[in-house]
Each structure stands twice: as C-alpha cells, then as structure tokens.
Design a protein around this ligand. Structure first.
Ligand SMILES: Cc1cc2nc3c(=O)[nH]c(=O)nc-3n(C[C@H](O)[C@H](O)[C@H](O)COP(=O)(O)O)c2cc1C
Length: 186
C-alpha cells in the first residue's frame, strides 16, 4: 500500500515535514509512506491555463496523487487557515471536479504549529477543502502544539502519546484504503 505524504510547508526545517517523517516510521508493515516534494513548483492556479497538457509541475502532482492509495497531509497554520501554496495545489488537483484524482481517495490530516493548539483551525479548513473535492476524509487528529519542543530532525516525534495518536491515524487511513478496495471489488 502506498501513502503519499504532503506537507503544507516549504520551509527546509519544517515541523510538518518532520511530522510526516515520523509518520513514515510508524507506518505498518507493507505500507510505504513517500513524502512529496513538489509543492514549491506548483504555479498559481489559472483557469485559463487549466487545460491539457497541464503545466509539468501540476501534471506531476496529479500523477503523484493518482499513484497513491491514500494521502496523509501535515499542515501548518497560517493566520488561522492553511498555507496559500497548499490551497493553490489543491485547487489544481481538484480539476476536473467530477473526476479529480482525490475523489473517493482516503485522506487524513495532521498538523504542527509553534503555538499551543497544533494548527487545529488549519486542519479543520483542510478537511473542509478535501471534503469539497470528494475525498474520503478519515476522522482522527494529531495536533502538535509548541512544535519546536516536540519535533526535531534528530529525535523526530518524541512525545509517546502523540506517536500513538499518529500511528492510530495511519492505521485508520490504511483501513479506509482496504474498505475502498473491497467496495470496488464487490
Ligand atoms: C504567515 C504565518 C502565519 C502564521 N499564523 C499562525 C496561526 O494562525 N496559528 C499558529 O498556531 N501559528 C501560526 N504561525 C506559526 C506557524 O505555526 C509556525 O511557523 C510553524 O512552524 C509553521 O510550520 P512548519 O514548521 O511546518 O513550517 C504562522 C506563521 C507564519 C509564517
């Protein structure tokens, strides 16, 4: 099973990308979590430019999503919402609306912020956007507040309770993939 990890942060030392690396370590046997790194290259959404062939970076995004069984998003919170570049990428991914690559795909959302709440508002916004696109948004939240004290490149996600919650979210995401596969096979 292949899970694509999408970080909403472009920052080289991003806590959210670090959270995805922790998720990759916690993925069950047989589940590969690959972190997508093309967010920076996505051009501003332009409906005039949303034609075939798509801009190369957008085609790569759509292919990466289509090649996954599920997607795990880790988002920072910018001014109580999701980062503009993440929303921009999702606007590209959402077209064509009826057949977009995330339609019916299991997705889950986690997040980290330097504030105390762990990007909960951004996570809620992201779940709303993904739901509007037709993705199957799995319940479950991991909100890493005060991220610099809990996440770093050397130790990863040190907090045992947060690790357990993150493992639960990944397990639920994988379960949703199996349910979808069974429904398709039936
Ligand atoms: C433009 C901007 C807006 C921000 N707004 C919020 C906010 O509304 N709530 C919050 O908890 N943190 C906010 N932050 C702090 C981010 O949570 C923090 O920079 C976080 O580390 C970003 O995630 P990253 O480490 O994955 O890049 C903001 C940061 C920036 C740069």
């Amino acid at each position: 099973m292949k899970v694509l990890g999408v970080s909403g942060s472009l920052r080289s030392d991003s806590h959210n990308t670090c959270l995805l690396r922790a998720a990759a370590e916690l993925a069950p046997d047989g589940v590969e979590l690959e972190i997508w790194d093309g967010l920076r290259d996505i051009p501003p959404y332009d409906e005039d430019g949303d034609v075939e062939p798509a801009p190369p970076a957008v085609a790569a995004l759509r292919a990466a999503l289509a090649g996954a069984d599920a997607v795990l998003f880790a988002t920072p919170e910018y001014n109580s919402s999701i980062p503009g570049q993440l929303k921009n990428a999702l606007d590209w991914a959402s077209r064509p609306l009826g057949t977009n690559v995330l339609r019916n795909m299991p997705v889950a959302v986690v997040g980290a912020s330097t504030g105390m709440f762990g990007a909960v508002w951004a996570q809620a916004e992201l779940r709303k956007v993904l739901g509007a696109m037709g993705a199957r948004v799995v319940d479950g939240e991991v909100a890493v507040g005060h991220a610099p004290t809990r996440l770093d490149a050397e130790r990863g996600l040190a907090d045992a309770e947060l690790r357990e919650r993150l493992a639960d979210v990944i397990a639920d995401l994988c379960a949703a993939v199996r349910v979808r596969a069974e429904a398709v096979a039936a």
